[in-house]
Design a protein around this ligand. Structure first.
Ligand SMILES: NC(=O)c1ccc[n+]([C@@H]2O[C@H](COP(=O)([O-])OP(=O)(O)OC[C@H]3O[C@@H](n4cnc5c(N)ncnc54)[C@H](O)[C@@H]3O)[C@@H](O)[C@H]2O)c1
Length: 359
């Protein structure tokens, strides 16, 4: 299939590109680098063994989105492009509504105009807020606790309404739990700017010496050791689910909404210990106050994804930590790199321009 990958330079999108290209799909990546680096394109070329076609575009700008579709003949769109930091969304809700919701409306309108009828959408377990019971099933109440979560819920609803109004439109809403880890090559991974909002990059930055200690938000939750429990899943398992979802949209010709998680809850301290074991580094921590909007325990019931897609998470916590550590130790400053990598950066920019010409 010919696939437009929006937000494909980001953390999950770049890993999905590896899997999608590996299954023989023909990709065009579109991104505005709001939260990613052009260097990803060079790293992808090295992993895939061929350049990935790329166009810089901001989904909020309709002309730029329309230009992506001109003569492209896409069979499907995979939509990762969003702002995703919960705390930031509380400080800048309008920026999140504008980027995530307006961007999605422009994309859906451009898909409609171009007659592209298949969409795989990055949703999130955040749509469940503080769930009444765990493991969380897809039919649990949807009640978000922060502006980021509300953008995801509104986007799901927009897509649902489009499916209702157009009997030929098919969408896969993939509700990710907590993606962590990196491609086993160590060439791509999660590279947050500033203070990481997610636990794994925070732990790995402590291990590599970029931060003094891990701040654990709350040690008095009603959980196994008092720290928050989440469902961490390896980003390569998650990436594979996107290819499986595309196959489902084509093969079954139906829409779906599924949880993507391992079904196993892991506490903050369990993850920190596993990371210390995988890296051989100390991960000092301190317990600090809870954060507004956080919840005690969230993990998935992933059985629907197994039933519909034949997908299940295969990689455990040790593989998640090992691969996150390989990425972090090979790239202590993420894609920003150091002076020794300036040549690589230049090559990456050149590749990006070449890919632009291809795209
Ligand atoms: N990482 C997680 O923990 C997690 C969990 C659940 C859901 N999600 C969702 O998965 C998707 C991907 O997440 P990620 O972790 O890879 O984030 P990311 O920030 O690494 O990737 C998102 C990409 O989209 C791009 N982008 C953002 N706004 C854009 C716009 N207006 N136009 C074009 N490009 C734009 C960014 O530059 C970035 O490359 C997001 O939609 C996110 O909400 C992520």
């Amino acid at each position: 299939m010919r696939i437009l990958v929006c937000g494909g330079a980001g953390y999950i999108g770049s890993h999905a590109c590896v899997v999608l290209a590996g299954r023989g799909h023909d990709l065009l990546v579109a991104d505005n680098f709001a939260n990613s680096s052009p260097r990803v394109l060079d790293r992808l070329r090295r992993i895939i063994g061929a350049p990935v076609a790329f166009r810089q575009a901001d989904l909020r700008v309709r002309a730029e989105v329309d230009a992506l579709f001109e003569g492209a003949g896409f069979d499907a769109v995979v939509h990762f492009a969003a702002l995703k930091a919960v705390g930031d969304s509380c400080r800048r809700p309008l920026a999140y509504f504008d980027n995530n919701i307006s961007g999605t409306i422009q994309l859906l309108q451009a898909m409609e105009a171009a007659g592209v009828k298949r969409l795989v959408f990055s949703s999130s377990a955040t749509v469940y807020g503080d769930p009444e019971r765990v493991p969380v099933r897809e039919d649990a109440a949807l009640r978000t606790t922060n502006p980021y979560g509300r953008t995801k819920l509104v986007m799901e609803q927009l897509i649902g309404d489009l499916c209702q109004s157009d009997p030929a439109f098919r969408a896969a809403n993939l509700r990710y739990f907590n993606p962590v880890g990196a491609h086993p090559s160590g060439l791509i991974g999660e590279d947050p700017g500033g203070v990481p909002d997610n636990l794994m990059p925070y732990i790995s930055q402590v291990a590599v010496g970029r931060r003094a200690r891990l701040q654990v938000f709350g040690g008095d939750w009603p959980t196994i050791d008092g720290t928050g429990v989440r469902d961490y899943l390896h980003v390569m398992d998650l990436a594979r689910a996107h290819a499986d979802a595309l196959d489902y949209l084509v093969g079954e010709d139906r829409s779906l909404t599924v949880n993507l998680g391992t079904g196993r809850g892991v506490s903050v301290l369990e993850l920190a210990r596993a990371f210390a074991g995988a890296s051989g580094c100390d991960v000092p921590y301190e317990i600090v106050a809870r954060r507004d909007g956080d919840v005690a325990e969230v993990y998935a019931d992933p059985s629907l994804a197994q039933r519909l897609l034949g997908w299940r998470a295969e990689l455990g916590v040790d593989a998640m930590c090992r691969d996150a550590w390989r990425w972090q130790s090979m790239n202590p400053d993420g894609y920003r790199g150091d002076a020794a990598e300036v040549g690589e950066a230049a090559a990456s920019q050149r590749d990006a321009r070449e890919a632009l010409a291809v795209g």
